[in-house]
Design a protein around this ligand. Structure first.
Ligand code: ZN
Length: 139
């Protein structure tokens, strides 16, 4: 799994925002609450494009109720290490129904759109973070 130490080595200090880009989401992907622009890590563009395409193709885009952000320099909830949001390689969705430590409500089909596109899902963790998807470690 991708860790904050790996992100620090690859992208530098979060405050420098070295790998961050303002991605102008193609208009054919702007369905439902998918944003028009996302400030994210450049490495997120290809996997997010694929995940959005899958959400649209499978109809799961209807389940996307809220887009709850990507880049945010902060520590992980309940931990002293930096959240992967600090490097813009994680997103949160439907946070009101998928709170940290609570049972996730996203459907398996919705989750698969992301896990088939290069993301790990926080809903699988021992303390679930069901709103959270982050880039897989490709090393
Ligand atoms: Zn998150």
């Amino acid at each position: 799994m991708l860790t904050s130490a790996m992100c620090l080595a690859k992208y530098g200090k979060p405050e420098l925002e070295k790998a961050m880009v303002l991605w102008d989401v193609p208009s054919h992907l702007e369905i439902g609450v998918i944003p028009k622009r996302i400030y994210c890590n450049r490495d997120m563009i290809a996997p997010l494009t694929q995940a959005f395409q899958k959400l649209i193709e499978t109809g799961h885009v209807k389940e996307l109720k809220t887009w709850d952000g990507c880049f945010n320099i902060r520590n992980k909830r309940g931990a002293s290490s930096a959240s992967l949001h600090s490097w813009g390689v994680a997103i949160d969705v439907n946070s009101a129904w998928n709170g940290f430590g609570k049972k996730p409500t996203l459907s398996a089909g919705f989750v698969k759109c992301f896990t088939d596109s290069g993301f790990d899902w926080g809903g699988m963790w021992s303390k679930p973070d069901g709103m959270h998807f982050q880039l897989k470690n490709e090393a």
